[in-house]
Design a binder for this molecule. Structure first.
Ligand code: HEC
Length: 303
């Protein structure tokens, strides 16, 4: 009983201590606060930042402005809320760098550029800064039935995507300045071959060089998916194709060679030899014993 109360008292103390530690302020020095984002608030940086956010932050912080973060205590902030965005770039940068409690430190796991890109992405939700977003002055007409068509130049391994939408007057128009992703299915996940500047031009076209040394299957085939990277504007728009433009490969079947995991005929010689030796050895001993027993009984009949 006395033991139990000691344990309880210790636990209470430990919890009190932990609480006081987490209640401590997230101190950011004045110089750290003044740091500015060296990257401009361009459409491209924001979209890069969005990717970083979705892989590293979304699991806890949810979608910016949607307030659907994990119910942790203390709660991860909604990083798209105006309350949060009153903080300076430097302040956010510092917090992401050092972390606190359940919030991991990203000092080593994210490079500087990625950290600033995330901040650019978060800034794009800032009502006061929204106007500052550098966008190419493209205004696409209002369209429906958006689709991606693909031209393939197998000889030069070039792919041309053509992004169009149906305008109100029934004509198709190219959509400009939209980022597309070209994804090749690999054994584990997808390989993005679209490169850095994969935006459609004024005609809604985008030309991509297919990697000349990328291996495909026996016939040089690969599965390609082309899609609009950002699904916010037009929803999920994608086009899937099987292309025969990769380098054909003939993967060796590991069961065809002599190896430990080979089938009976393909087992390594030494395993077959030692097995046979073992079998022969055991049978010889058995025969030897039988032979001796037979000799014994013969001796008895003689005597
Ligand atoms: C494992 C969950 C988790 C992940 C992943 C995570 N955070 Fe956090 N984050 C938290 C928690 C919990 C807090 C609140 C910490 C506190 O107040 O003690 C927080 C707080 C913050 C704050 C301070 C909020 C404020 O009100 O000042 C910022 C900024 C932040 N996170 C940015 C990020 C960014 C950017 C990423 C991705 C690169 C990220 N976090 C990833 C859990 C997480």
């Amino acid at each position: 009983m006395k033991n139990l109360s000691t344990i309880l008292a210790t636990l209470v103390l430990v919890f009190a201590f932990m609480n006081s530690a987490s209640a401590e302020d997230w101190k950011v020095s004045a110089t750290a606060k003044k740091k500015l984002n060296p990257y401009e608030l361009s459409k491209k940086n924001i979209s890069t930042g969005k990717k970083v956010y979705q892989t590293n932050c979304k699991s806890c912080h949810g979608d910016p402005t949607k307030a659907n973060m994990l119910p942790l205590v203390p709660a991860p902030a909604d990083l798209g809320s105006q309350n949060f965005l009153v903080q300076s770039d430097g302040e956010i940068y510092h917090k992401v760098k050092v972390g606190k409690g359940a919030m991991p430190t990203f000092e080593k796991t994210l490079n500087d550029e990625s950290k600033w890109m995330v901040i650019a992405y978060l800034r794009s939700f800032d009502k006061n800064k929204k106007k500052a977003v550098v966008t190419k002055a493209v205004v696409n007409p209002e369209v429906s039935d958006v689709k991606i068509e693909l031209d393939i130049d197998s000889e030069h391994k070039k792919l041309k995507a053509h992004l169009t939408g149906l305008k109100k007057d029934g004509k198709r128009a190219g959509l400009e300045g939209i980022e597309l992703s070209f994804l090749i299915k690999r054994a584990f996940g997808q390989l993005d071959i679209s490169g850095e500047e994969a935006y459609t031009d004024a005609k809604g076209e985008l030309l991509i060089q297919f990697p000349t040394d990328l291996p495909g299957d026996r016939e040089g085939q690969v599965d390609l998916t082309i899609k609009i990277t950002d699904e916010d504007e037009y929803g999920v728009i994608e086009e899937k194709r099987v292309l025969s433009i990769a380098v054909p490969t003939n993967p060796k079947n590991p069961l065809d060679e002599r190896a430990m995991w080979g089938t009976r005929a393909n087992a390594p010689i030494w395993i077959i030899a030692s097995y046979l030796l073992g079998v022969i050895g055991i049978w010889s001993v058995i025969f030897l014993v039988l032979f001796q027993v037979f000799q014994l009984s013969k001796m008895r009949t003689k005597s």
